[in-house]
Every structure is written in C-alpha cells, then in structure tokens.
Design a protein around this ligand. Sequence first.
Ligand code: ZN
Ligand code: ZN
Ligand code: FE
Length: 749
Amino acid sequence: MRIGVRVEGVVQGVGFRPYVHALAERLGLAGKVGNDTAGVFIELEGGEPEIDEFLAALPQQAPPLAVIEQVRTEQLSPTGQTGFRIVSSERSGRRDTLISADSATCEDCLRELADPADRRFGYPFINCTNCGPRFTIVRDVPYDRPFTTMSGFPMCDFCAAEYHDPADRRYHAQPICCPDCGPQLRMVGGPGGPALQAAAKLLCDGGVLAVKGIGGYHLAVHASDHEAAATLRDRKHREDKPFAVMVADLDEARTLCELDDTAAALLTSRRRPVVLAPRRAGAPVAPAVAPGNRQLGLMLPYTPLHHMLLRETAGAIVLTSGNVSDEPIAYRDDDATDRLDGIADAFLTHDRPIHTRTDDSVTRAFRGTEQPVRRSRGYAPEPVRLVQPVPRPVLGCGAELKNTFCLARGSHAFVSHHVGDLENYETLRSYTEGIAHFQRLFDITPEVVGHDLHPEYLSTKHALELDGVELIGVQHHHAHIASCLADNGVAGPVLGVAFDGLGYGSDATIWGGEFMLADLAGFERLAHLTPTPMPGGTAAIRQPWRMAAAYLDAAYSGAPPHTLGVLDRNAADWQTVVELGRRGINAPLTSSAGRLFDAVAAILGVRDTINYEGQAAIELEQWADPDVTESYPATISGSSPLQLSGADLVRCVVEDLLAGVDPPVIVGRFHTGVAEAIVAVCRRLRDSTGVGTVALSGGVFQNLLLLGRTVDGLEGAGFGVLTHHRVPCNDGGVSLGQVAVVGALDRTD
Ligand code: ZN
Ligand code: ZN
Ligand code: FE
C-alpha cells in the first residue's frame, strides 16, 4: 500500500526530514519526504504492518525541538517505487509553518565544545539542528539561511558538507557555523588577551561587563561581589528590582535556592527561563543582587558563550538586561555601545546580528505546574493553540505595561515576545515593527483587531490608526479572564476573578478588583471591591502612602488613629491628600485590588513610595509569616453588583498593629482575609448564577501566597479553579485574551 502523510507543527529546521528518512529506511519503507508551506509531507509505500509501525513511532521518537500538532493520512495508489528519498522543498501557497523558539545548547554540542579533538572545540557559537538561535535570528520566511542573520557568513566546505548530509546532526541547521566560517567573539575595552579570559578577569576584578546574548545585551557582574552589584545598580538607575543570577548547573542552583522537581525541570528545560525560587539562608549571593527579597531569579547557561564564561569565572554571575532603568534592552551593536557606555566597563560581543530583541523569560513553579511571569525568549513565537479557532485573522493589541501583542489565524495564537512598557518611542517602534514582522512570518493579515478600552494606551491608539479592519474594544479585566480561559482551553461560562493594578472599566471608571460572570464573548460585572479614591491620580500609584490615606479615611470615617507611623512619616502632605480624596479632585475612584495591597503595605511600614511597578505588594508578600492561618473579615454589601469592603480589612490591620501584633502575622492574616473574601463572594455568585468554576487572573495573582490561599479556599468550597500556565496572569497575557474574545464574537456574528 501507499499512503500520504501530512505533519503540521514545528517540523522545519528541527531535523524532521532526516528523522523520517531514517525511520522509513529502518522499517524498509519506500517513498519520500519534503517540506512545503504547511509543514512536512511524506509518502510511504510498503506493507501495512510496517506503515502502522511507522505512524506509531513518528510522534514518539521525534527530534527534541519538534512539536507535532497534527498528523493526517490519506490513501494513495502504489507506484512500485523503491528506496526512500528526501525531496527538495516545495514553496507555494499560504505559509502555514511554525518557527521554533531559541533553544539552549544541547548535550551533543556541549560535548563537542569541550572536546579538544573537535573542530568546534571552544567555539562559542556551536549549534546544531537540536539547539541554538532560531526566532531571534529570523529576518523573513521561509526559515532558510539567507533569510536569517547568518546570511553574511558563507559556509565553509566542512560546514556545507554537514549541512547537506541527511545523516548529520547539522543537516539543514540554518545557523550552522564553525571557527573558520562563523561569527567571532571579541572584547571591546577591558583587559587585553583572549576575549573570553579578559572578560572573566574583568568580572573577577569587580568590573561590569556587557555581554551580547541571544536576544539582546546583558549586563554582568560577579554574583558574590557586593560592591560590583551595587555599582551596577547605581549606573543602571535600578534601585531595588532584583537581578537574575546565572549559575553553572543545577547543583550550584540548589546551593542558592530551594528547588522542587517542577522548578528544577523549568530551570533545565531547553527554554531556559529565569526561575524565581525561595532563596536558601546563607546563599552566597551579594546583598545588592536582590535586596530584601526572599526569592532569587536563577537561570542556567543557554548559549555556548555562557557556558564558557561561567567556567572561567568559576562562580555565579548576575545577568540583567542591558538597559538603563525602564528602557528596552539593547540588541543592536551600535546602539548597545552608545547606551551602555557609561554602565559597562567593557563589552564581550560578536558579529552575529540579533534580528528581534527578546528578553529572558521569567517563570515559577506552583504546586507542580508552571506559572509564567514573563513569556519571551525560549517560548515565543510558539503559538498557544486555541480550542476554538478564530474565523478570521485577528490581532490583539495588548495592554500598556508588560505589553505583548498576539496574532491569530485558525487555531494558532502567536503571542509575541515581551515588548515591554509602551511609554517611549523606542518601545513603541519595536511594538509596531514586531507586529509587522509577525504578520510576515506567519502570513497573517488581521481583519479584526481587539484593543483595550483605555483611550490613552498607545496600543489602543495603534489600533485606532489601522485602516480597513474591524475594531473591537475589549474590557481589560474581561481580557484577563478570557486569557485564563484560552490558557486552559475552555470556553466558560465561569466566575472570573480579575485582581490587578488598574484597568479601564466599561463605565469609564478605573477597575481592578472584579468579579464577573464571563465567557469568551461577554461578561457581566457581578461584584467588585468598594471604590476608593486615588488621591493625586498616578501619583497614588508611585506613592502607596496616598492609598493608605484614602483607605484610612474610609475605614475610620475621617478620623483614623493618630498614632500610626504612616501618618507620622507623611504628616506634611497628609491632610492635603485626604482632602483631594474627599472632594474627588484629581482623585479618580478605583476598585483596584493592587491599590488595596499598596495601602496595607504603607500602613505596615513596608514602604511609602515605590521604585518599580508592584513593588509595595511584592514586598508585602515577602513580609508574611506563611504559617499564619487566621484571617480578617470583610463585609459584602449591596446588590448587582455586590461590593466587597477593602476598608474592613484595613481596619483589622490597623487594630492588630496598634495592639502590638507582629507585622508578619498581620500580613499573613491580611492575605488569608483577602482569599476568604474572594471565596465568600464566589459562593454568593455561585448561588445566584449556578456557575461553579472560577478563573483567577490579573497581576495581583502573581502573589503566590494569595493565589495558594485562594485556590485552597475555592477548592475547599467545591469550586473548580482555573489559573494560568501558558501566558502570564499579568498584562502580558491580555493580548491573548483580546484575541479569544474577538474570535468568540466573530463566531457568533
Ligand atoms: Zn546542539
Ligand atoms: Zn564552517
Ligand atoms: Fe491588568
């Protein structure tokens, strides 16, 4: 018999054809295999048992970077062909192939890297079909060397022979290279001598080194060198935000952090994200690396250069994004030299261009699953598969902070790499260029566009400027809940709990502590935190003590206990700020949960002002005594929508504080209180709606103490609970949610 087989997914540039070739030969099957615009096509001729065996083995023994999404077969008439061959690519029709994410150096390449007899011994750009740069070097499709940033490096005869040999591990490995024909490492500035040794010496002597990586430049210092880390902070204008640390291997990682099996698996995965994990007492890391933080962000080397550098420094290094404060990470050589000039003492760089700026991904283990914080390098541009395909091509423009965009066609939602905060020209440009790049790579011309309702978001403005598309405004928190649904592959209806910083509400007020009955197509706001003024508007975001003033005013009807430290510390402006709130002058009302956490953080003296988004809430969580199980009560009042009183929780915090209860105990009780209030509201809503599944989303649920307590409480009350596993619960997931909503509306039209 003869059959045709179509394989779709990430099956090009990952060694799939030679794999099929070898499998067919082993089973004595005749036929052919080739690439086309939709994936890989195979024709097989031989006995039925052999063909069955082939189909059974095909997904099981596939190469490491392959992701098989679909296999379809059809009967063909036998031709009497003998032998099996790889045929050249057929390129016509609509492009439907996927591009692999960048992947950490594989074991085979590491072995060659360390083998003095190997041609690529000590060559920092070694890679093969199973590893190396992908997404970040792709300029255009098809994924072929001339369309990558390797186009300027003609292969030498050795490399060309490997590239064309189906039996070789580097068959059609587009970034293939060697010391004779590939990129070269060099050191700019710093001590003399061979680049790598000079770089290591600089680090060991306390210097700041800029290192060109896969998706951009990093800034590095020795992780045990407090002075160097403090200098880096100072030069980068990054006061408190923790730095990530790269360690040589899993054993060294375990000396710094507690790692369960899930965390260890994430750390060693070929995606190589930064994994946040509880730091061990006495971990040999300088205090300036992650000041006042119980956690550390760890990652393992993911390029040959990182492996070699860490061997030379003989110890962990800080590896943080190469930028000044909130600017996007530098990735072009000239720009990096300009912008990082006053920060880095020297540059360890090379001549392989980076096409797409891609930050490190950040993730965490939570109860045996992954909870992404930032989905970028190593993940993008792998699509999130939609259970319900979109009828027309869609663009989700994303939010303002932690922006990603998402392009979708059929059942593929291509969530972009982390673009960043759309607040300067540079980021906005990489946003618009990124959308154009994805449109080309995946051959998607959006016909429907989902955007946030906030009129001032640059992503909204981008949407409104597009011609010839249908625009659909998607409420921010509905997008959060829809992203959680799409993440879990379910359609709803659910009770959606969206707790975050701020989002534009359908009534033009600012939301952020929302309970909704939602499916993908729509939502009904059934409950929310009682709105509280944000005195000074955005100033209240940067100065959590202003939220403390507003909440205390509400909790004590204008007469809070005057002995509170937060009052004392901010006495000069206190009354003015309270008045702003009372009169509603430049004091928009918000139901934001993030602002409630801010208020509590300021009242307890965690901090009155912040240096990065979410800092007060993040530090508040760190203060908690995790063994505390008591809680504070909060009143639920009103009807459609119900209101949940944050001021009640604030009053309990204050009373315990004045009674001399330890702040860590108070923080524990506050977290349990919020979780129990969520459960109580959900019970009420289950009674009125009959819906027993809750979806948790929004950046506040990055707080694992709150998430854990809430999940426990909901499950204990018999709810099914959905949390995020593929895209972040923060605004990085909003673009996927917009796509899911727009797709659902488009289906019902
Ligand atoms: Zn490899
Ligand atoms: Zn070569
Ligand atoms: Fe949000």
